[in-house]
Design a protein around this ligand. Structure first.
Ligand code: PAN
Ligand code: ZN
Length: 182
């Protein structure tokens, strides 16, 4: 594995995400073909849904910048796969740099929360809660996430069962609905 990058003090605004991107250690792209089974309908395999640029911090935390494209698959808004952290103690902080979205969180016991995320706002994801973000706006939805190095990402549980709720477009508005396949 590459050595962690040594970081200078920096700030991050929506205008200068390119600086973060050009310093990133890892780039993940999720297209329709990478998300088969996550949406109720399958997306065009080549459609870009979101990208993540990660910077490994030199000490206890890593950072991820997620850029989600606007759009829907059928009536379901673009969303991330969503995951639990493998480490039981790994919590996470999310900050919205631009756009309009929702974060859904679900505990191992099935308790569910959904919170709006808009430019300038942040959200705390406690340890033990799976999390997924959804772009309900017409523009890119950009998020900075900060998480412990040893967090680990468990995608399998969500891939198999999904979240208890889905976010769909109904009459031109977003609506949070029970997931029929949960
Ligand atoms: C984020 C997510 C990112 C992409 O950096 O990894 O938004 O979502 P998925 O990992 O679910 O595809 C984070 O929560 N890191 O822990
Ligand atoms: Zn996470």
């Amino acid at each position: 594995m590459a050595e962690p990058s040594l970081l200078e003090p920096f700030r991050l605004r929506k205008e200068d995400v390119h600086t973060f991107i050009s310093n990133s250690d890892n780039h993940i792209m999720r297209k329709g073909k990478d998300m088969i089974g996550f949406f109720q309908e399958d997306a065009d395999p080549d459609r870009l849904i979101y990208e993540v640029f990660e910077i490994r911090g030199p000490h206890s935390t890593d950072m991820g910048l997620t850029i989600m494209k606007p759009g829907k698959i059928g009536r379901e808004y673009h969303m991330t796969k969503g995951h639990f952290h493998e480490s039981e103690s790994a919590d996470e902080y999310y900050f919205c740099l631009s756009g309009k979205g929702i974060i859904v969180m679900q505990s191992a016991e099935g308790e569910i929360r959904h919170l709006p995320m808009n430019e300038g706002g942040g959200v705390y994801v406690p340890s033990g809660w799976a999390h997924r973000t959804i772009n309900i706006g017409d523009d890119d939805f950009m998020l900075l996430a900060i998480f412990p190095k040893d967090a680990g990402h468990d995608y399998g549980t969500i891939e198999e069962k999904g979240f208890r709720i889905v976010v769909m477009e109904v009459d031109g508005q977003f609506a949070v609905m029970d997931n029929p396949s949960f």
